[in-house]
Design a binder for this molecule. Structure first.
Ligand code: SF4
Length: 447
């Protein structure tokens, strides 16, 4: 999911819309905003892409100086209207709204306990658990209620909360999902990615650090460290696949990191080929890095139809298969009679990779050597990226040889988790649980 919040603009609705458009790649199932004019919170949300949801948006009725928005990609709960965010709720401190990126691993247990205490849930998504915990917190102030609620949840969360006059941004203690603060004149913007700051002309101030809570009000900014942890576990998939290449995290640009991953592939897993190509869009940077590392020309052999959603993000298997056919095409004259090194950012179920290898061979490629700019995905995520259950993951159930056969490639190689760190340029601080099974938070029901 993607979250976006604005404080201090005369009219926040246009910024919210542009911000959500730039975060569309983080979720395509639903979108929504909540705006406050200082007295009342008003919500507009719906199922679909941002443009579809805002087609009938009467911005004149949503005037306000403060607002938050959300684009949803479901990893918990379905894609129905009840699960659209921001969630608007009442607590004893008044009206509030919440937008969540991430996934809580103990949501089911907490939900069960809350239901036994009389809470009535309106959605099936884990974020509503946070709203109920906030409503039930005994503290008299919002900050105390937040500390108490978040003390009970476990997992990944970059959260935006708002009341009539405050915008609050919180990042989980491990910093699993990103959250950045930007400024434009007197306006403060909080967003999942720095690319969303650029679109509204804001400059990056800094990231919200793991465990930090930032409160923005007419009194200015207040920083609190409410959830301290020494450990860090930023999702490596944000670098590999999920985020836009024009975003920066931890001072590193996503495109540059991907290019480095390609160079590391060239160093440890070279292949003999005539051209290197990448699967658009998220693998193009890694393909450029691999081509540079190998000294082989980079060619655009695969063309993406921009008007179809990303296959990884579609919830159903049928959607994924149809998606591959619709979204990619091959330039036959570029690959005819050539040994092609094809770079992709992941193999999850293998469906997409097999289809692309087939397309390249049907287009006349003599050989197709596949290089993946990530380690094999052997475990499901649970922390906000839909990588499927273990039974569906090709690498969890097959050897390298079996995988090579399954995707019909002439050769196949992945990065190792250590090489991934080398490519990102860090020694630690990344979550790599979907490659190693070493989850940064305790899974299961018990805290
Ligand atoms: Fe990211 Fe994988 Fe960790 Fe999930 S398990 S947060 S996809 S690195």
């Amino acid at each position: 999911c993607g979250v976006f919040g604005v404080f201090g603009a005369k009219d926040v609705a246009p910024s919210l819309y542009y911000g959500l458009i730039s975060l569309q790649h983080r979720g395509q199932e639903s979108a929504g905003v909540v705006v406050s004019d200082g007295k009342q919170l008003k919500s507009h949300k719906g199922v679909g892409l941002v443009d579809e949801v805002f087609k009938d948006f009467a911005s004149s009725q949503y005037k306000g100086h403060l607002g938050i928005g959300h684009v949803r990609y479901s990893t918990s709960g379905g894609g129905s209207i009840e699960n659209c965010q921001p969630l608007l709720f009442n607590c004893k401190l008044g009206q509030a709204a919440l937008a969540h990126n991430g996934n809580l691993v103990n949501a089911q247990t907490l939900r069960h306990q809350l239901e036994q205490q009389g809470s009535i849930f309106h959605s099936t998504n884990d974020s509503e658990v946070i709203a109920h915990l906030l409503s039930r917190a005994s503290s008299d102030d919002l900050e105390g209620a937040i500390a108490s609620a978040l003390g009970q949840v476990r997992g990944a969360y970059s959260l935006l909360l708002m009341t009539e006059d405050k915008l609050i941004a919180i990042r989980d203690p491990l910093g699993i999902r990103p959250l950045v603060l930007g400024r434009k004149d007197d306006q403060y913007i909080v967003a999942s990615e720095s690319c969303a700051l650029d679109i509204v002309g804001a400059k990056l101030v800094r990231e919200i650090e793991p465990g930090e809570m930032l409160t923005i009000s007419s009194e200015g900014l207040e920083w609190d460290n409410i959830l301290y942890s020494k450990k860090r576990a930023f999702c490596s998939f944000e670098y590999i696949y999920f985020s836009r290449p024009d975003s920066d995290f931890m001072g590193k640009n996503v495109h540059t990191v991907r290019k480095n991953l390609g160079k590391v592939l060239a160093k440890y897993h070279p292949a003999k080929g005539d051209i290197v190509t990448g699967v658009p869009d998220s693998s193009l940077s890694a393909a450029a890095g691999l081509a540079e590392g190998l000294g082989i020309p980079y060619e655009s052999a695969l063309i993406r139809n921009r008007y179809v959603g990303r296959t990884f993000i579609k919830p159903s298997q049928e959607g994924r298969i149809a998606g591959v056919n619709l979204k990619l095409n091959v330039i036959n004259s570029v690959i005819k009679g050539k040994k092609v090194i094809m770079v992709d950012d992941s193999i999850v179920r293998g469906t997409t990779s097999r289809k692309i290898v087939e397309m390249l061979k049907q287009g006349g490629a003599k050989e197709v050597h596949v290089r993946i700019s990530a380690p094999p995905v052997t475990h499901p995520c649970h922390l906000g990226i839909d990588t499927s259950s273990q039974g569906e993951l090709l690498a969890a159930n097959s050897s390298l040889e079996e995988m090579t056969k399954a995707i019909k490639a002439d050769s196949l190689a992945f990065l190792t988790p250590k090489e991934l760190l080398e490519g990102v340029g860090v020694k630690d601080g990344l979550c790599d649980a979907c490659f190693t099974g070493k989850y940064p938070v305790k899974m299961g029901c018990c805290k």
